[in-house]
Design a protein around this ligand. Structure first.
Ligand SMILES: [Zn+2]
Length: 223
């Protein structure tokens, strides 16, 4: 495996990612054991929110896997992992509401969400090809290749940075809705906030790690 001393700058990012991951899993585990007062499943929470918000063109479906929950704007489908879809826990309600937050962003034409969608193709290319081009440029002593790799990788940063307002906003919308509709009550709302905050930290950690990655590529170029 290739090693360069600049790779040491990645370590704090790795630690933060590991911490955020274990925290989200711990918080999720904890509140997936606690049943909500109303006893609505994740699917029911999502369907209720969409119905009450007058969104009738979006379906709610189960999807395999853990923490695979997402909203697919092109298919107009909220996909909830089976552990959320069928569960009446506080964690399931929080996650289901969060995904509906993304639906509302879509309906309202929330700008950062469109911006993120626009950056996705470049970010996909950049995350695979960027670091490879930098390494290839270093080995062949071709600065142009290094710069192109770094430029491509900047698209990855843009994606992760613009993801932050999208995720925070979806959670804020979710918490306001479950509150307004009375889906969660009193202490239950605090639990939902904890679950969504923990999830938000994983996005912060991932964004920071991507920035450190860019710093690392720049340090490698200087050599
Ligand atoms: Zn989200």
């Amino acid at each position: 495996m290739f090693f360069h001393p600049s790779m040491l700058v990645l370590i704090p990012g790795m630690i933060l990612m590991f911490w955020a991951q274990s925290r989200v899993q711990g918080t999720y585990q904890k509140y997936s054991q606690v049943r909500s007062t109303l006893g609505m499943t994740g699917a029911q929470v999502a369907e209720t929110i969409l119905h009450k918000m007058g969104v009738n063109h979006v379906n709610v479906e189960p999807v395999a896997g853990q923490l695979t929950d997402h909203y697919d704007p092109s298919a107009k489908v909220v996909r909830l992992s089976e552990g959320v879809y069928y569960s009446d826990s506080l964690a399931a309600a929080a996650v289901a509401a969060h995904e509906c937050g993304h639906v509302l962003q879509d309906v309202k034409g929330y700008m950062p969400m469109n911006l993120r969608a626009a950056v996705v193709p470049a970010a996909n290319i950049g995350s695979n090809l960027g670091p490879f081009l930098v390494l290839a440029g270093i080995f062949t002593n071709f600065t142009g290749l290094i710069n192109l790799g770094i430029l491509l990788f900047a698209a990855v940063i843009a994606f992760h940075v613009v993801t932050l307002p999208v995720e925070f906003d979806a959670s804020n919308r979710a918490l306001a809705i479950v509150d307004n509709l009375g889906i969660l009550r009193g202490e239950e709302r605090t639990a939902a906030r904890r679950v969504l905050n923990a999830a938000a930290w994983t996005y912060v950690a991932t964004a920071l790690y991507a920035v450190l990655n860019l710093v690392q590529l720049l340090l490698m170029r200087r050599d």
